[in-house]
Write a protein that binds this ligand. Structure first.
Ligand code: IMP
Length: 204
């Protein structure tokens, strides 16, 4: 049945890993975009996480028969007035890599004292089906930007994102620990209970 499929509208390996882990156990066949190159690529032009997340889920839901889950996420740094925000993936330019982005971030924050290194990760997840938004979910997590990378787990800015409650950078957390507290994990927890409650149960 097509209803029982869910497409993760991303090709980011780090995100796919975390999303699959968070959705594990739901009675849905979970697929990712790698399998559907013919769908083309959505160009993120929105100025907010929500606009990009909604746009992406709608775009793929017009091509895929089943539920589509898209997310847009990024880092907001206080000293930078909330930047890089929706531009997090491209902070160091069009050929950005995680390492280059981290180097650039540390360069622009050189000399900035700890209170102003406050930052948060934000994630907006959208579910869409047949060209219509089903619902959007948000998750956030606050921390600080370190002065040098620490740890090797995760992806993106994880090595420079320090999470005070666990006294570790995100790159020192296990996948389970990160999913429990991260912006994505928090949004996905809401997605999970929504799907389990409203979507996967037959109307009574
Ligand atoms: P986009 O949602 O594909 O535009 O990319 C979001 C970018 O934000 C990623 O490429 C990372 O640089 C950053 N980002 C989002 N979530 C995380 C996370 O959980 N850890 C580290 N970096 C993240």
């Amino acid at each position: 049945m097509t209803e029982d499929r869910l497409l993760l509208a991303t090709t980011n390996r780090g995100k796919i890993r975390e999303l699959k882990k968070s959705l594990r156990g739901l009675p849905l066949k979970i697929e990712s975009l790698d399998k559907y190159p013919e769908f083309g690529r959505y160009r993120e032009t929105g100025r907010t996480f929500e606009a990009n997340s909604r746009g992406k889920s709608l775009f793929y839901s017009r091509r895929y028969r089943g539920l589509v889950l898209a997310e847009d996420s990024g880092l907001e740094v206080e000293a930078l007035g909330g930047q890089p925000g929706v531009y997090s993936a491209r902070l160091s330019g069009p050929r950005a890599t995680d390492e280059k982005n981290i180097r650039k971030l540390l360069r622009v924050l050189a000399g900035v004292p700890r209170p102003r290194r406050r930052a948060r990760f934000v994630c907006v997840v959208s579910l869409a089906r047949q060209g219509k938004i089903v619902k959007c979910f948000k998750g956030r997590v606050s921390g600080y930007i370190l002065t040098e990378p620490d740890g090797r787990n995760g992806f993106g800015y994880d090595p420079v994102f320090y999470y005070p409650p666990l006294r570790k950078s995100f790159a020192r957390l296990t996948a389970e620990e990160k999913n429990r507290v991260s912006h994505r994990g928090r949004a996905l927890k809401k997605v999970r209970s929504f799907l389990a409650r409203r979507w996967l149960q037959p109307p009574g």
